[in-house]
Design a protein around this ligand. Structure first.
Ligand code: ZN
Length: 410
């Protein structure tokens, strides 16, 4: 079997960066001309592979198909779209790596069909709704929830879609393409510091974090900074601050979980008084649903205890939640083996950000590979990964794809 040309993938990524970026970074925002330029480049590459057909579905996703003896298929997916002033690898690595895997495997006889999909609008950079094309395909997009979205210039989402031949109310029809799918594979940059700190190029992703996001309102009573003795104060800010520390400490003692207080609002917020009201946010993340709900219970108990100690009350309001989305155990094993054979060592880690793979995991066995991000940065032009590691990642994707095709044969 022909090996994958991983260096060609890196060269392709550079070419794409040159064609669709400027001195501020990648500019492939979905539903813009630069995004179309990126897709035209991809189409040109795919047209050069014999036996591969290319189509765009009802949700604007581009599909390249290398037919096998059976309609049953393995899907490799990524996204060419970027945030404004984005990086050269986020999303494109999976597409361009997948392109080279397709180029290597298409001419070989294979029982299963192999598909590469470029999802439309993963980032949601223009209209604020991420995973648009993949959620439509997975059947989780509610058209009513996005119909009223507009961009900064006032253009409505349905109009921007229509300009690209996509009808919002028909996007779900794209889901028919998943009917014969047996596995979904996605290679992505980590976008965090974990692999680099372990000095490892590659890791297997266990799933995407569940999130519990709340706003907590602490209520005491504000009074004068000079007139009020320390022992009679009901300082809502201090109750909130102590709670935020308790959330941090609990998460730090946990196993690969997160707790973040990102916003603080105080009333009255003047230098000559302590505060009677303080609102903070709490964003909690974990891969295990039981762990996530236990974290929330602990946080509620801590905040209630601390509020009482500070003479305050606390009320919780849920802002958003999403359940953890675990990937397929058998595919995780397969990916682990592919990485070990290519790079010597593997590591298993959860994903903080959501990816198109999270939508696919709802409907079929799914796994992701992560490659190290230098400095753990992404969504900026500083986003980078050494060429040697990028090449390893494409070889790992190739190995994983080959093994997934073999495993599902017969
Ligand atoms: Zn991405």
């Amino acid at each position: 079997m022909a090996a994958v040309d991983a260096a060609r993938a890196v060269a392709g990524l550079r070419e794409l960066a040159r064609l669709t970026g400027d001195r501020d970074g990648a500019q492939r925002v979905a539903w813009t001309d630069t995004w179309i330029a990126a897709r035209t480049w991809l189409r040109g590459e795919l047209d050069g592979i014999e036996g591969v057909t290319v189509e765009t579905d009802e949700a604007g996703n581009t599909w390249a198909t290398a037919p096998g003896d059976s309609e049953r298929c393995v899907i490799i997916g990524g996204h060419l779209d970027s945030v404004p002033n984005g990086g050269w690898l986020d999303g494109t690595l999976n597409v361009v790596g997948g392109l080279e895997v397709l180029r290597a495997l298409a001419p070989e006889p294979h029982a299963l069909t192999l598909k590469l999909v470029d999802w439309a609008d993963e980032e949601g950079a223009r209209f604020g709704r991420s995973l648009l094309g993949s959620s439509a395909c997975a059947g989780t997009l509610d058209p009513e929830a996005v119909r009223g979205l507009t961009d900064r210039d006032g253009t409505a989402l349905p109009d921007a879609l229509a300009a690209h031949g996509v009808e919002l109310d028909r996007m779900h029809v794209s889901g028919a393409r998943l009917e014969d799918a047996v596995a979904y594979l996605e290679l992505h940059i980590e976008q965090g510091p974990v692999l680099e700190r372990m000095d490892l190029p590659l890791g297997v992703v266990l799933g995407t974090f569940g999130v519990q996001r709340h706003v907590l309102r602490f209520t005491g009573a504000h009074a004068h900074a000079g007139a009020t003795p320390m022992d009679v104060r009901r300082d809502a800010f201090l109750a909130a601050a102590r709670s935020a520390l308790a959330f941090r400490d609990a998460a730090a003692a946990g196993d690969d979980v997160r707790a973040t207080t990102g916003t603080v609002r105080v009333v009255p917020g003047i230098v000559t008084a302590f505060n009677g009201t303080c609102e903070i946010s709490l964003d909690q993340r974990a891969l295990d649903p039981a762990v996530l709900s236990a974290m929330l219970e602990t946080a509620k108990a801590d905040a209630a205890r601390i509020a009482e100690e500070e003479g305050c009350e606390v009320a919780w309001e849920r802002v958003w939640e999403i359940e953890p989305i675990p990937f397929d155990p058998a595919l995780i094993e397969l990916a682990d083996g592919a990485i070990r054979d290519v790079a010597g060592t593997s590591h298993r880690l959860p994903s903080g950000p959501l990816h198109d793979a999270a939508e696919m995991a709802r409907v079929m066995p799914t796994v992701m590979l992560f490659v190290k991000s230098l400095g753990g940065v992404s969504h900026t032009k500083a986003e980078d990964t050494p060429d040697a590691d990028l090449e390893l990642s494409v070889r790992a994707l190739y190995e994983l794809t080959r093994r997934t095709l073999d495993r599902n044969e017969g």
